[in-house]
Design a protein around this ligand. Structure first.
Ligand code: SIN
Ligand code: FE2
Length: 216
């Protein structure tokens, strides 16, 4: 979709609007991928990836972890943020300063200066893993945007509207892409189609997605 604006810079990083409050920043992380991967490895050494259960008792196909002041968890009791990792029974690893700075930079590029993320969800997609259409609405602060970073294998991101049913757009998020959505697009439904198998130099047979959120 190129109807609103395209902004290109000299590094092969370019922006494409996905709505009045949503921007896809192609290639944003490419130059920083190795350092971002190293930070993720440090976080998951402390808070390992795990498959959470939905409130209905289904095992999620995506494995996940978190860093920051809180983490997103799901179990029989529902979806929520909490300061303690239920797997390790300790606080989540701190959000690495470099990740936080990159998320703030992407938010600024997307039109949201002053973003102060409190959590970063780390989603690990092995081939076949998917995420159903949902809204990100567990955050107490819905005025702040979501900043998403993708690494590794490409995935089809499903970008919907404000209702679960209706028209959706399918875009291919590639290694290094960022998406920022806030404002009137903050509660758009979105999801990820089953990951196609492949091999990536940075992540192996996987896609890793980070989402930075302001929960307070
Ligand atoms: C999410 O919606 O939380 C993750 C989206 C993605 O993996 O791209
Ligand atoms: Fe989401």
């Amino acid at each position: 979709m190129q109807d609103l604006f395209d902004i290109h810079d000299e590094d092969g990083v370019w922006q494409e609007a996905l709505g009045s409050g949503a921007t896809w920043i192609h290639g944003f992380l490419v130059a920083h991928a190795d350092e971002v991967m190293a930070e993720i490895d440090r976080v998951v050494a402390q808070a390992p990836y795990r498959h959470l259960s939905t409130p209905g008792g289904k095992r999620m196909s995506v494995a996940m972890s978190n860093c920051g002041a809180e983490g997103w968890v799901s179990d029989r009791a529902g979806y929520r943020y909490q300061t303690i990792d239920p797997l390790t029974a300790t606080v989540w690893p701190a959000m690495p300063a470099r990740l936080r700075a990159l998320a703030q930079q992407a938010a600024g590029d997307g039109g949201y200066p002053g973003f102060e993320p409190t959590v970063c969800l780390i989603n690990y997609y092995a081939p076949g893993a998917r995420m159903g259409l949902h809204q990100d609405r567990d955050e107490a602060n819905l005025t702040a945007p979501i900043v998403s970073f993708s690494l590794g294998l490409p995935a089809t991101f499903i970008w919907g509207g404000w209702q679960r049913v209706g028209k959706t757009q399918r875009i291919m998020l590639r290694h290094g892409d960022a998406v920022v959505w806030g404002g009137e697009d903050r509660l758009r439904f979105h999801g990820v189609a089953p990951l196609k198998d492949g091999e990536h130099a940075v992540t192996g047979r996987a896609r890793i997605n980070l989402t930075f959120r302001q929960t307070k």
